[in-house]
Design a binder for this molecule. Structure first.
Ligand SMILES: *Cc1c(COP(=O)(O)O)cnc(C)c1O
Length: 421
């Protein structure tokens, strides 16, 4: 098999940057990507013959571990019956039923093919329902690569107040208002200044500037402000859905959003997203209502089968146990690095953690950016050389899974102990 270096050299002549999604290129840590031959449980196996304990887990989806036997077998069985029909299939109904049962704020749901599609569709619905145009998003939050969401979009796109990328018209960006995460006063000021806000979209636990938790009262305040001003509250639970709890962050924090976006875990590794919410809003979606949204492969039978198998397994999983194991691991890791005199701030919830290389508490994008990226790049390189795959950016989360063993976590701590700083 060609090596990672050979594959990457060839890929760069054929695919922009050699990758099909930018962060995989490992540019921000000054490395080249590893090419993966296969994955199982908590492990990645590279084409170069190396084995790594994985804390990226496909950027979140693989909460049950890679190549989970139940999910794999269900997908295989489904595939033998045809990969796509372009007509309804039973698994779509079962999937919708499982999602509605799991997520408190979802009374009706529409399947799409990615998190990006879910957030774009949810915003269109919010605009259609309210007859307003603007959206409030938070600095450092990422909602996929839709035009409306690329301003101040976290680790991938980090420019403040201007379009996040060439190719997004000024006209579109005009309708995107940004506020610092955890800053209710800033949101209130935007509502005072503009009568045209259709929605506030938020990651109820932010995972795209590294992990940042909502301050007490922040999500409640967003619920009150949006209700008062006739805007919809959209929870982007693409990371947090089925991860911080089976019912998502909304079930943990007790907030009732109007719309919820899902992705990542819901597909069990297949390309699936979903958006759902209050029946009176979702009934506005075509063909029941007048707001158009469609997808040739949406509700794909193989993806639905894999997603459903994932949700069934997760509905019986020990989330509290995984959260407790992850917490002790995260604290041990932080202690090891602090003992070397390194500045470490640990943010943790459930099976998600980020170690920021800073002395300050990290509560928003500005404080996240005080983290020492050069130090993170060295840490990343050291851990990778010792068989541990961390996210190739200091502004990302580490994800544990139900497949991570004590031996995996001990191996990771041992690797950190030998880091020179
Ligand atoms: C990953 C992510 C998205 C985009 O999902 P894709 O499937 O990559 O399009 C949207 N929102 C959040 C919070 C995400 O983490």
């Amino acid at each position: 098999m060609p090596t990672s270096a050979e594959l990457f050299a060839k890929a760069r002549t054929l695919i922009p940057g050699g990758v099909n999604s930018p962060v995989r290129a490992c540019k921000s840590v000054g490395r080249d990507p590893l090419f993966i031959a296969r994955a199982a449980g908590s492990k990645l196996f590279t084409v170069d013959g190396d084995e790594l304990v994985d804390f990226v887990m496909s950027w979140g989806p693989m909460l049950l571990g890679h190549a989970h036997p139940g999910v794999t077998e269900t997908a295989r069985t489904a595939m033998l019956k045809g990969a796509s029909y372009g007509a309804p299939c039973p698994a779509e109904v079962a999937m919708a039923e499982a999602v509605v049962a799991a997520v408190p704020g979802i009374e009706m749901v529409r399947m799409v093919n990615s998190g990006t599609e879910a957030t774009m569709s949810a915003l269109r619905l919010a605009r259609g329902v309210t007859g307003k145009s603007a959206v409030v998003k938070f600095e450092g939050c990422y909602h996929g690569h839709g035009d409306a969401f690329l301003a101040a979009a976290g680790s991938g796109v980090a420019t403040f107040g201007i379009p996040g990328t060439p190719g997004v018209p000024e006209d579109t960006v005009r309708h995107t208002l940004t506020a610092p995460y955890n800053d209710l006063d800033a949101v209130a000021a935007l509502f005072e200044a503009s009568g045209d806000i259709a929605a506030v979209i938020v990651e109820p636990v932010a995972g795209n500037m590294g992990l940042v938790l909502p301050a007490p009262g922040f999500l409640e305040g967003l619920r009150d402000l949006t209700a008062k001003h006739g805007a919809l509250l959209i929870f982007d639970e693409v990371i947090t859905g089925f991860r911080v709890a089976y019912g998502g962050a909304q079930s943990v924090f007790g907030i009732d959003p109007d719309l919820t976006c899902l992705g990542k875990i819901i597909g069990g590794g297949f390309p699936v997203g979903a958006y759902g919410g209050k029946r009176r809003f979702m009934q506005r979606i075509s063909p029941e209502g007048d707001i158009y949204q469609a997808g040739t492969l949406s509700g794909n039978p193989v993806a639905m089968a894999a997603g459903l198998a994932t949700l069934l397994a997760l509905s019986k999983a020990d989330y509290a146990g995984l959260a407790a194991r992850t917490q002790s691991f995260a604290i041990a890791l932080a202690d090891i690095l602090r003992a070397k005199g390194l500045p470490v701030t640990l943010n943790h919830i459930a099976s998600i953690l980020t170690l920021f290389f800073t002395d300050q508490p990290v509560t928003d994008f500005a404080s996240a950016k005080t983290s020492d990226s050069a130090l993170y790049a060295r840490f990343y390189g050291h851990m990778r050389a010792h068989g541990v795959n961390l996210a190739p950016s200091g502004f990302e989360c580490a994800f544990t899974s139900f497949a991570h063993t004590d031996a995996d976590l001990d191996k990771t701590l041992a690797a950190a102990r030998s880091f020179a700083g």
